[in-house]
Write a protein that binds this ligand. Structure first.
Ligand code: HEC
Ligand code: HEC
Ligand code: HEC
Ligand code: HEC
Ligand code: HEC
Length: 404
């Protein structure tokens, strides 16, 4: 079945590889992360639980961990890690051959047991995404930031890696031989961007901002408040017009770090005659050979500032809108690409895949970051009004981090 599809969609498959992938793994047991072999993807099978562990803990699904670790489980369930076996992912797998599909799964559902569920056609795919065991268990041994002795699942071993940015890079950073480079930088480059920022020098790790107080929500660009916390904004009515300064002050990497999200800034005079639009995105396109190229990169690197200016007459007022479309590239390019093809005869699996992709395309997670109102000129520079009011502080203080 998969073979037929692979042949039928050979072109598509190739194209998509260039797109997303960038991620395909040629060697399946690769990537020992920088300073240890904790991260082998996919994660080798855990094997049998030791008899010294309480029977309840033999089940390593998130549901089971939740029995005793409710706080982390409730937070994690809200996170995109829990949703990593998304319709957008699973819908695409149908069009790939088995090896390629498994390479996608090795980051999105990284445990071997999860991937075996996927291979077993008779089993319903248990879509638990990047779950507790993916990050905390190896051979049923629990690991964490601190060591602990428990009466239920033995000792928890401390690993310094849990406090380091390196913990996150196996999935959030491509490296030589693993992943596409465009215009000199990897398509997924979050760890390098972080390393080049002031944050690494201050020892503010991924966890400092994304796991404040040990939170397992892993908030990012899909969360309006988190994204607001990244920006420093100065919106000022000056004699000659409306000046809007945007600074990536508190994201520990490019804002946004991935090529998927798009942020659109529109400045408009109140009579509607003057409009200025600025897009913040790593914009990609397909060239004539259908290979992926970078059109432009207007993301704000860590610490970077841009200023937009809309010339106005003294009596003119103006408004601005900052919109965030976190899933832009997938929804505008990837999903339509699969869905456009309508003539093929279709079996049940094909229909299901299309259903999933259609769902992924229709989900709307766009939001307005700020609406800004600027007055007419009143003989001195004046701050414009931001709605909602920006919070004071950064992603760490806002979320009461105490993790460093
Ligand atoms: C039957 C209850 C139970 C289940 C189920 C359970 N745990 Fe635990 N776990 C505990 C107890 C009790 C401790 C010790 C807590 C303490 O001392 O604060 C603990 C400690 C931990 C710690 C260290 C916590 C710390 O504060 O340092 C980690 C990490 C952990 N468990 C992970 C897991 C994961 C992952 C799962 C699911 C695969 C799981 N546990 C399932 C009871 C359980
Ligand atoms: C096993 C692979 C893996 C590891 C390890 C991992 N992530 Fe992720 N992460 C992913 C995947 C895949 C997604 C995309 C999930 C989706 O939306 O389908 C993601 C998404 C995210 C998001 C995006 C949320 C949003 O709003 O879009 C954040 C933030 C994040 N991860 C932070 C971290 C941090 C911090 C760490 C380290 C503590 C980490 N991740 C470790 C695979 C991983
Ligand atoms: C090296 C790990 C890795 C591999 C391999 C990988 N991804 Fe991802 N994927 C990620 C991360 C990390 C994100 C989130 C990136 C971010 O927000 O910065 C992501 C995001 C996505 C998203 C958008 C969020 C969602 O789930 O709707 C889709 C769709 C996706 N990947 C599909 C795929 C497909 C299809 C493949 C295989 C062709 C693949 N990925 C291979 C790490 C990986
Ligand atoms: C993407 C990786 C990731 C996932 C998924 C994840 N954790 Fe964690 N967890 C961590 C990291 C990293 C820390 C240490 C955070 C810190 O101290 O800054 C941690 C800390 C903890 C702690 C506190 C003890 C400690 O070691 O600091 C517990 C308990 C825990 N996790 C349980 C869970 C449970 C239960 C789940 C699933 C519902 C889960 N985790 C999912 C990465 C993860
Ligand atoms: C100083 C705080 C800070 C640090 C350090 C930090 N982040 Fe972020 N991160 C943010 C904020 C704020 C956002 C939301 C705005 C945005 O998307 O850039 C974000 C967004 C994200 C996203 C959402 C996807 C996207 O395109 O932006 C991912 C994935 C992510 N971070 C991963 C990481 C990883 C991995 C690290 C460590 C290498 C890290 N972050 C370090 C603050 C931080």
């Amino acid at each position: 079945m998969l073979m037929t599809h692979a042949m039928m969609y050979r072109n598509r498959q190739y194209l998509l590889f260039l797109f997303i992938m960038a991620c395909v793994l040629t060697n399946r047991s690769l990537w020992a992360a920088a300073d240890n072999d904790y991260w082998q993807l996919p994660i080798p099978s855990q094997g049998d639980a030791p008899q010294t562990h309480h029977p309840v803990t033999h089940d390593i699904s998130p549901k089971s961990c939740a029995l005793c670790h409710k706080k982390q489980a409730d937070e994690w369930r809200d996170s995109y890690h829990a949703k990593a076996a998304s319709d957008g992912l699973i819908g695409q797998l149908h069009y790939f051959d088995q090896d390629s599909a498994e390479s996608c799964l090795s980051c999105h559902t990284p445990r071997s047991e999860q991937i075996e569920d996927w291979q077993d056609q008779s089993l319903k795919f248990k879509a638990t995404g990047i779950d507790c065991a993916s990050c905390h268990l190896r051979q049923h041994q629990r690991y964490g930031a601190k060591s602990k002795t428990t009466s239920v699942h033995g000792t928890v071993q401390a690993k310094p890696l849990f406090k380091k940015a390196d913990f996150c890079s196996p999935c959030h950073q491509f490296s030589e031989g693993r992943g596409l480079k465009l215009a000199g930088s990897f398509l997924e480059n979050t760890h390098q961007e972080w390393q080049q920022s002031q944050w690494s020098a201050q020892n503010k790790t991924c966890q400092s901002c994304h796991m404040p107080k040990g939170s397992h929500r892993f908030k990012g660009i899909h969360d309006a408040e988190m994204t607001r916390s990244a920006f420093h904004i100065e919106a000022i009515r000056k004699a000659k017009g409306f000046s809007l300064l945007l600074k990536n002050q508190f994201a520990g990497h490019a804002l946004p770090t991935y090529a998927t999200p798009r942020i659109i800034v529109t400045l408009t005079s109140s009579d509607g005659k003057k409009v200025k639009t600025h897009i913040i995105q790593r914009q990609l396109f397909l060239d004539k050979q259908q290979s992926l190229q970078q059109k432009s990169d207007t993301r704000l690197q860590a610490g970077e500032t841009i200023t937009l200016f809309l010339p106005l007459k003294p009596q003119q007022q103006a408004v601005a809108k900052i919109r965030v479309e976190p899933d832009h590239f997938y929804k505008q390019v990837i999903y339509p690409y699969f869905l456009e093809d309508d003539e093929e005869a279709r079996d049940e699996e094909d229909k299901q895949a299309r259903q999933r992709l259609l769902k992924a395309k229709q989900v709307n997670r766009d939001y307005t970051l700020y609406d800004i109102q600027c007055p007419s000129w009143q003989q001195k520079d004046q701050h414009c009004t931001l709605t909602p009011q920006p919070l004071k502080g950064d992603s760490m203080t806002l979320l009461n981090d105490n993790s460093s």
